[in-house]
Design a binder for this molecule. Structure first.
Ligand code: C5P
Length: 218
């Protein structure tokens, strides 16, 4: 029996994680947040004080990193890092790892191993293009920069943080540019991905739309 894979890629702030999680739950698939893996290894490298230009050190550290998920919690080598991996310090440093081909290869392998023998909804930047080119269903979830920034602001507010919109927009623009420019695993829709632009849609509407697409393909 073949395992089924649904990939959901897209830029930061498009609501991928929350949609992918809910999609997985409603179709009874497992869920993989690949951004959390890049975040966890970045946090680990910061804690180990590996220099960002020490590529061999970053690669070796990635290879000995075991990232596990338990319910909604993320563990790096058995240490719970769920909250810490969302800090702005981690977010802005991810590119030092995400730009390194060998780091991507290692995490891509870990993602493929995670997907063995199970039905999976996986969320990231390169899931439909590089990691699972033969996925059953590929979705590229996007929204305009303004809408994504407003959603991010609301999300931050819910956890008691305030950030002005123009600051969020600037950080988002920088991250989009970095994610798109990457020579390997760059942010882009796969040729056979279905693009969903969630501008002006509620989470429920996006969820319904994505479920509809999955039903048509599977
Ligand atoms: O999805 P999230 O915003 O948590 O991802 C954080 C960062 O990790 C992205 O901006 C991107 O640089 C990197 N990433 C990646 N490939 C993935 C998932 C995330 O390069 N599959």
């Amino acid at each position: 029996e073949f395992a089924l894979i649904v990939t959901i890629d897209g830029p930061a702030g498009a609501g991928k994680s929350s949609i992918a999680r809910q999609v997985a739950q409603s179709i009874g698939f497992d869920f993989l947040d690949t951004g959390a893996m890049y975040r966890a290894v970045t946090l680990g490298a910061i804690r180990e004080q590996i220099e960002w230009d020490d590529l061999a050190g970053l690669i070796a550290f990635t290879k000995k990193s075991r990232i596990n998920f338990d319910c909604d919690r993320v563990f790096l080598n058995d240490v719970d890092v769920t909250e810490e991996i969302r800090s702005p310090t981690v977010t802005s440093a991810i590119r030092y790892l995400a730009d390194v081909a060998e780091v991507r290869e290692e995490l891509s392998n870990q993602q493929r191993i995670f997907a063995e023998n199970r039905n999976l909804v996986t969320d990231g930047r390169d899931q439909g293009t590089e990691v699972f080119p033969n996925a059953t269903c590929k979705i590229f979830l996007t929204a305009s920069p303004d809408e994504r920034a407003r959603r991010r602001q609301a999300q931050l507010q819910r956890i008691g943080r305030f950030m002005p919109l123009d600051e969020i927009l600037a950080a988002q623009r920088k991250r989009d540019a970095e994610d798109k420019a990457r020579p390997m695993g760059a942010l882009r829709p796969a040729d056979d991905a279905i693009v969903v632009d969630s501008d002006g849609m509620t989470t429920d509407e996006v969820l319904r739309k994505v479920l509809q697409i999955i039903q048509q393909v599977m």
